[in-house]
Design a protein around this ligand. Structure first.
Ligand SMILES: NC(=O)c1ccc[n+]([C@@H]2O[C@H](COP(=O)([O-])OP(=O)(O)OC[C@H]3O[C@@H](n4cnc5c(N)ncnc54)[C@H](OP(=O)(O)O)[C@@H]3O)[C@@H](O)[C@H]2O)c1
Length: 325
């Protein structure tokens, strides 16, 4: 698989990464540890070098399995993790106090079985801690060799600039896909100006863009708290998937591949991190890196999507409040 540079900081990753959250923390089922590790090893064999986790996934268990799986390949992979949720639980609140960042980093290093974290993100901007203080703390951790690169997640353009002035930000990880295009307004131009890479999370719209979700989710599924995934909104939003699947069919690719190829075509410094629990889908997703969408196809996708209004928020109120505006 080809590599991409995330902005101008020198951080290089496979053009498609692997979002590890869903291995044990998305649909309420996930994989057992042994199967998850086998899948991660397959990803490495297929050329994926960029793996995304967070202390909040599980909490803790996702980092543990990523650490165990990637230990044999440590030097060849880029591991990204995140701090910033109070008690590692987004529902409890936010905590990016310097002492917490330090403690979380030490704990993540242990769980990840490594002595450095390649890319350390703040999971959400903490309104109670100035971002300069957060950036300064990560700067110290970089100087100590515990962290290599600094990232933010769901930060506003203003926050990105403030953080970047203290410690260069290498990557922003925020939601971006054909299901959520808000970053195009202000965020992407800011990243381009500052030379910061973009890591779109939920690049398949948490699965929705692939067409696998067409009815009410099972009760144990974590996506049930998301307004977009209410039974009624799923039905309303299927118009988007139907339209995209027509375009994909004409090109002989899957709708999920269309969604990933579209993201890769937006900027050469974008590296999406789709997640899956299935080998055949991993193969399908990786194959999207060889799909080239023509200018006409990109224009058709843009026209199609622009004409559709997505129904339902992407987060419930208590999590929406944690988004930096
Ligand atoms: N920074 C943040 O706040 C934040 C928030 C959310 C996510 N993330 C990161 O982003 C990563 C990816 O996001 P995500 O898991 O929310 O969403 P996603 O990658 O857009 O979608 C994952 C879902 O799509 C399904 N899927 C994957 N490939 C498929 C294919 N080819 N065909 C059909 N279905 C397919 C998976 O189901 P199967 O497992 O059944 O294949 C899973 O349900 C996460 O793992 C996490 O690392 C970060």
């Amino acid at each position: 698989m080809r590599k991409r540079k995330l902005g101008t900081s020198g951080l290089e990753v496979s053009e498609l990464g692997f979002g590890c959250m869903g291995l044990n923390f998305l649909d309420g089922k996930g994989l057992d540890k042994k199967d998850a590790i086998t899948l991660l090893h397959s990803a490495v064999e297929m050329g994926v070098t960029f793996f995304d986790t967070a202390e909040a996934y599980g909490p803790y268990t996702n980092e543990e399995l990523v650490g165990e799986a990637l230990e044999p390949f440590r030097k060849d992979v880029v591991i990204a993790t995140k701090f910033g949720c109070k008690d590692a639980r987004p529902a409890v609140g936010l905590d990016s106090r310097p002492e917490t960042i330090r403690a979380v980093t030490e704990a993540s290093l242990k769980r990840l079985k490594t002595d450095y974290i390649d890319l350390l993100y703040q999971h959400r901007v903490d309104p109670n801690v100035p971002i300069e203080e957060v950036a300064g703390t990560v700067k110290d951790l970089i100087q100590e060799g515990k962290v290599k690169y600094f990232g933010l997640s769901e930060a506003s353009a203003v926050t990105i600039r403030r953080a970047h002035s203290v410690q260069p930000v290498s990557a922003l990880q925020s939601e971006y896909s054909l299901f959520w295009r808000e970053p195009e307004d202000e965020i992407i131009p800011t990243l381009e100006e500052l030379g910061i890479g973009f890591v779109p999370f939920s690049p398949l719209g948490k699965g929705f863009l692939t067409g696998i979700i067409n009815k009410k989710l099972e009760d144990i599924d974590r996506r049930n708290i998301i307004p977009r995934f209410s039974e009624e909104n799923i039905q309303a939003n299927l118009v988007l998937v139907d339209a995209l699947s027509e375009i994909a069919k004409a090109k002989g690719i899957t709708t999920g591949q269309l969604a990933l190829a579209w993201l890769l075509a937006q900027k050469p410094w974008i590296a999406p991190i789709p997640g899956t629990t299935k080998l055949h889908r991993l193969e399908e997703n990786i194959a999207s890196t060889d799909i080239v969408l023509t200018a006409d196809e990109l224009a058709e996708i843009d026209k199609t999507v622009s004409g559709i209004t997505i129904v339902g928020d992407r987060y419930p109120e208590f999590l929406e409040k944690q988004i930096d505006r």
